[in-house]
Design a protein around this ligand. Sequence first.
Ligand SMILES: Cc1ncc(COP(=O)(O)O)c(C=O)c1O
Ligand SMILES: *[C@@H]1O[C@H](CO)[C@@H](O)[C@H](O)[C@H]1NC(C)=O
Ligand SMILES: *[C@@H]1O[C@H](CO)[C@@H](O)[C@H](O)[C@H]1NC(C)=O
Ligand SMILES: *[C@@H]1O[C@H](CO)[C@@H](O)[C@H](O)[C@H]1NC(C)=O
Length: 391
Amino acid sequence: MSWKSTLQTSATILSLVIVINELRRAYARISQLETTLTPLPPRSRGIESRIGNTPLIEIKSLSAKTGCKIYAKLELLNPAGSSKDRVALAIIKAAEIQGLLVPHRGDVIYEGTSGSTGISFAVLASALGYTAHICLPDDTSPEKLQLLEALGAEVEKVKPASIVDPNQYVNAAKRGAEEINQTSNSGKRALFANQFENDFNWRTHYTTTGPELLKQLDNIDIFINGSGTGGTISGVGRALKEFNKSTKIILADPQGSGLANRINYGVLYDTVEKEGTRRRHQVDTLVEGIGLNRLTWNFEQGEKYIDEAIKVPDDQALKMAKYLCINDGLFWGSSAAINCVAAVKAALKYGPGLNIVVVACDSGDRHLSKFWKHAAQVTRTITLEEVLADS
Ligand SMILES: Cc1ncc(COP(=O)(O)O)c(C=O)c1O
Ligand SMILES: *[C@@H]1O[C@H](CO)[C@@H](O)[C@H](O)[C@H]1NC(C)=O
Ligand SMILES: *[C@@H]1O[C@H](CO)[C@@H](O)[C@H](O)[C@H]1NC(C)=O
Ligand SMILES: *[C@@H]1O[C@H](CO)[C@@H](O)[C@H](O)[C@H]1NC(C)=O
């Protein structure tokens, strides 16, 4: 063998070694990727053991554009898909302790709800030995209705009506529960869960959601959420304010709701009502789950902790929903979109340099045929400036 071919062979071997080494390093990086997925939660028993302790993530696109850090509490990762799991579990457990519900006796949990709470009750009723009976407005999105039926809940659709109407969905639920209590001689009982007025609603956010946030983020300058029953904003608002009274609590309110006016001017009033254009719906918006034209016990419990309200038109919420989907891969429901619009407005008003937390209440899947039917039409290239522009 000539010295030349020896040199060639050595060079070949050397390059092979280098290539193999590079491959090994790439492989090591890939395996490391695998080990840096979400930490494995401990083994536990029953779906009810997986409620709460939801992640907090930074919404990168909104942070980058506003100079604040905007975080979302992923309540949609609760097992039945929304923060209402916490409320349903708290109400059931409290009723069990008071002897109002006994598992596997045929007891029925009645609730009047536009959706999320019903889905949480449907899941937890099955998990804990009950039947859920859900009264809801008949214009609730079809996927929520389908889901409730699939989950095995008894579904009772009623015409949208004002709370003073005996056939309004909350009143229908109460009446149904009372009828079972009075007529059943099989020993089965009914509970009217009553999320709007039930004290355990805000309390569960006060004892779980609020403290979780305080553990997840050192300094919360602004917390933003909408109000349906008011449970979340009251409970979380109180927990955060007690920890640091400088934390601002901001209510994000959809069009047609009177709550923003109540916070900002002391009266429950919306311009839609003033103009006499109010339709038969309680709150005239595509957004589900939030906004109200009456004061509830749960809202009143937290009202004094709310510093201000930001009104968000549907149009901005639709554009924000698409923006988050395209820029961050976040496919969320309408109330989460409203919260994010309010977060950006608050960041531009009070920032930069603040930590802002919003709640991502539920996923876009539950809104595909209503809110997302419109949001899907928004162009992929939408900018944050266009999201905030008046239509
Ligand atoms: C999707 C969704 N977001 C937000 C809310 C409002 O939360 P809260 O009732 O705690 O005010 C609800 C329920 O009312 C809801 O269903
Ligand atoms: C009877 O019905 C009501 C509904 O108004 C319910 O809240 C209550 O807990 C029930 N009582 C019993 C003893 O089950
Ligand atoms: C309370 O919040 C304010 C404003 O966000 C912040 O400047 C301050 O450091 C906080 N105090 C504590 C004890 O966290
Ligand atoms: C946020 O508000 C929504 C309604 O606006 C409610 O369903 C949800 O429970 C709240 N989330 C938290 C964590 O308080």
